[in-house]
Ligand binder design. Structure first.
Ligand code: 13P
Length: 246
């Protein structure tokens, strides 16, 4: 049996208290069978959204965490704090954090371990740049990122991988189905253990069915199209139609 498809929204640095209207639409909607919905708003909204989503099929996650549980780290937020606020999942190693904050594979591994320590599932992002793809280095780059950032002993209950080609994020470009299939098969071959693998990068209602039907694609990590509940739900519907839970 295939695992449930996870459709996860990453709001990045978007969303104010008024954005709860989008969450309310998600909470009121019927989530298609075989699909799980997760929304990762900015940290300021995690507690409020988690309270609002209680008892619904929508879970709330966070976008980053510090590797330590507490301490003198002004401005940082620990995985324990996010779990306390109601987060069930924490994205770690997003390419925007690797680029904006110089996060290395080792830092990302520590963050994934922190998420597990706090009882959250880490959604660990990997992906190649356009230059790396054009140089024929995609599989080597991703293998090295996994080698350096997946915590030892990671299990399907505590870790999800997100393959996000850097050049596909926010650009409207997506890899071909064959390119996605090649990378997802390689990731599954390297880490195995039933760990789910999401695809992310310009997932929209119009391309979700094709992407979600690719072997070893267990869901989507959605940026821009997750900001509008209608688009996010349309992606979930497409994932259900693509054979979720089959
Ligand atoms: P877009 O869906 O806006 O391309 O963003 C993808 C992403 O980075 C999700 O983490």
């Amino acid at each position: 049996m295939e695992p449930m498809k996870l459709i996860a929204g990453n709001w990045k640095m978007n969303g104010l208290k008024a954005s709860v209207a989008e969450l309310e639409t998600l909470v009121a909607a019927s989530v298609p069978a075989g699909v799980e919905l997760l929304l990762c708003p900015p940290a300021t909204l995690v507690a409020g959204f988690a309270a609002k989503a209680t008892g619904s099929a929508v879970r709330i996650g966070a976008q980053d965490c510090h590797r330590l549980p507490s301490g003198a780290h002004t401005g940082d937020i620990s995985a324990e704090m996010l779990a306390d606020a109601g987060a069930t999942h924490i994205i770690v190693g997003h390419s925007e954090r690797r680029a904006d904050h110089g996060e290395t594979d080792e830092i990302v591994r520590h963050k994934a371990e922190a998420a597990r320590r706090a009882g959250c599932v880490a959604i660990l992002c990997v992906g190649e740049t356009l230059a790396e793809r054009e140089a024929g280095r995609t599989l080597a780059v991703i293998a090295a990122q996994l080698e350096g950032s997946v915590p030892p002993g990671a299990k399907a209950e505590t870790l999800i991988i997100a393959y996000e080609p850097v050049w596909a994020i926010g650009t409207g470009l997506t890899p071909t189905a064959a390119q996605v299939a090649e990378v997802h098969a390689a990731i599954a071959g390297q880490i195995g253990k039933g760990i789910r693998i999401l695809y992310g990068g310009s997932v929209k209602p119009g391309n979700a069915a094709e992407l979600m039907a690719i072997p070893h694609v267990d869901g989507a990590l959605v940026g821009g199209a997750s900001l509008k509940a209608a688009d996010f739900l349309a992606i979930a519907e497409a994932a259900a139609g693509a054979g979720a839970g089959a």
